[in-house]
Write a protein that binds this ligand. Structure first.
Ligand code: FES
Ligand code: FES
Length: 153
């Protein structure tokens, strides 16, 4: 099928196998390898992307389901060589170790902040409960999100 969508603010038109998983389409066809594969079954959150402003796991969605949609991956957060405020805050707070969970974690946080620029600690925890990190523990990650003020998002 011909798939038309917007990825990282750019229009994409491409012929694809609609039964291909979205994670594979993003990594293999668009070379967006910031999308990570962990569990492959919707449990770890490593493959999280923002789809129409919602954080979703791209291993549980088929490419054929995203026609006409808007997707943001970690590659889309940096603008003109400038990291997104969430990326900066993760770095400043030491919220990254191996970094494998980080793209998905940051995108879950970004989706939260887009809707709710001033979340409580509980709301932050709820937003990242589907993202597993084996390295840092979650305190630094929660602090990284809390440090961001409304106007910076
Ligand atoms: S790889 Fe998709 S949720 Fe784990
Ligand atoms: S930083 Fe290693 S899994 Fe989160």
């Amino acid at each position: 099928m011909e798939l038309k969508l917007k990825v990282n603010y750019k229009n994409v038109k491409i012929n694809i196998d609609p039964t291909k998983r979205l994670i594979d389409f993003l990594r293999e066809d668009l070379n967006l390898t910031g999308v990570k594969e962990g569990c492959s079954e919707g449990e770890c959150g490593a493959c999280t992307i923002i789809l129409n402003e919602e954080a979703v796991t791209s291993c549980t969605i088929l490419a054929g389901q995203v026609d006409g949609c808007e997707i943001i991956t970690i590659e889309g957060l940096e603008q003109s060589g400038e990291l997104d405020v969430i990326q900066k805050s993760f770095i400043e707070n030491g919220a990254i170790q191996c970094g494998f969970c980080t793209p998905g974690m940051i995108l879950s946080c970004k989706a939260l902040l887009l809707k709710n620029p001033n979340p409580t600690e509980d709301e932050i925890k709820r937003a990242i409960e589907g993202n597993l990190c084996r390295c840092t523990g979650y305190n630094k990650i929660v602090k990284a999100v809390k440090d961001i003020t409304v106007k910076e998002v």
